[in-house]
Design a protein around this ligand. Structure first.
Ligand SMILES: [Zn+2]
Length: 413
């Protein structure tokens, strides 16, 4: 763009104003005042999306539009925008923390956010009313060079408008250096082999969701997209019409379009523990038909409500589905497993990320198949639900083990 004199002045003003702000870290970074002997100051710097400032700068790849003078609140009145899935905006900065600003609007979408290459969350640009706001703040990190990457996610509304970043860094006053002491020669350490967590690649992990909750669509879906993971969503067909907290048929279709598996979680969420063949038929076949007619998708696997199934229910399932999941604990051998009562790792609010990692690690090491069961993501309204942050951490943990993550259907087909 053309850098106008007004623009230069504005950037100049911002940089000058932010050049050196004295205060303690405690005062700027946290609410609780902490008294430390050494007085540390913080510096803020504003990075415009269209003008580089030293080592702090934005870069863009994929498809981006720039607009000049199209938004009053944007720095320099312009910003970068994209609605192309996979387009990337990157910020490189030196400091402890960065906050990225953008424009939220009706057609706004979301981006996955990676800090120093690690997936850390979602920046959201959707808003009923157009609003200029902070869309993402990194955690407080060690001083140094960092990167923040925003990747445009798929969705009906996808517009992402990025404007500027505000970088905060600490300035530690220089202290007189003591004379360097002679450095003792390092004694070579005996080499211990790294713990072997990765055997030959074998085993699988599946991530499954029960009950077709809207918060799975809203909170888990972007995380899965960002991680490139395909999951299995078990849908109660009656719930397609239950409204707000249950997914609609069109949301289910969007999940399928992302490449996720849509499975059968019965018609009315009836307990099939002592179901007769007729009852199981009503619940399982009924759901097959209803899901197909509402979404055009025919499930090939199921999950029994409450994890319970009668002999009759399992034989009804066997006639029309390739596999069904219970909620009993354990892993499944990758061949010769109990196809109509798959074992699981049931995740609850209190399940630690370490436990999830451990289960994936063990499945990988033993060449077995671990099926994770999730319910609500984001709102924790029962002990079966997890926070979005726990879900992010757990998906990262599973991925981190290197075990292939596949839908249930793709493992059993
Ligand atoms: Zn359920």
């Amino acid at each position: 763009m053309l850098i106008t004199s007004t623009h230069l002045k504005r950037v100049g003003v911002v940089v000058a104003a932010g050049a050196l702000i004295t205060g303690t870290i405690a005062a700027t970074a946290s609410a609780a005042p902490v008294r430390t002997a050494k007085k540390v100051t913080t510096r803020t710097a504003t990075v415009d999306d269209r003008a580089s400032a030293g080592t702090n700068r934005f870069s863009y790849s994929g498809f981006w539009r720039t607009c000049a003078r199209c938004d009053r609140s944007a720095l320099g009145r312009g910003y970068h925008s994209s609605d192309r899935v996979g387009s990337v905006a990157g910020l490189t900065f030196t400091g402890n923390r960065a906050t990225i600003y953008g424009i939220a609007q009706r057609t706004g979408g979301a981006t996955a956010v990676y800090v120093d290459g690690r997936y850390t969350g979602i920046a959201r640009f959707a808003s009923r009313r157009r609003a200029y706001r902070a869309v993402y703040t990194t955690p407080w990190m060690q001083a140094g060079r960092h990167t923040v990457t925003l990747r445009v996610l798929a969705g009906r509304n996808r517009v992402v408008a990025v404007d500027k970043a505000v970088v905060v860094s600490t300035v530690v006053p220089a202290t007189p250096r003591p004379a360097p002491r002679p450095v003792p020669k390092p004694v070579p350490k005996p080499t211990t082999p790294a713990p072997r967590t990765t055997g030959p690649t074998s085993g699988f992990a599946s991530i499954t969701f029960d009950d077709g909750k809207t918060n799975q669509f809203e909170n888990a879906r972007p995380v899965l997209q960002a991680a490139g993971v395909k999951a299995t969503f078990y849908i109660i067909s009656d719930a397609l019409g239950w409204g707000a907290s249950s997914m609609s048929a069109s949301q289910v279709r969007e999940l399928a379009a992302d490449g996720h598996e849509i499975g059968n979680h019965t018609k009315s969420h009836a307990n099939l523990k002592s179901a007769s063949g007729t009852q199981a038929e009503t619940e399982l076949s009924g759901a097959q038909e209803a899901i197909r007619s509402a979404t055009g998708i025919t499930p090939t696997t199921c999950a029994y409500p409450f994890g319970q199934s009668s002999e009759a229910a399992r034989s009804v399932a066997a006639r029309q589905l390739r596999a069904c999941r219970g909620t009993g604990g354990g892993t499944n051998p990758t061949s010769g497993f109990s196809r109509y009562d798959l074992k699981t790792f049931y995740v609850t609010t209190s399940t630690s990320t370490a436990a999830v990692r451990d289960a994936a690690d063990k499945a990988k090491a033993s060449g077995s198949w671990v099926v994770f069961v999730y319910h609500g993501v984001g709102q924790v309204s029962s002990t079966d639900d997890v926070t979005t942050q726990s879900f992010i951490d757990q998906v990262n943990a599973i991925r981190g083990t290197g075990i292939p993550i596949r839908t249930v259907a793709s493992v059993v087909s």
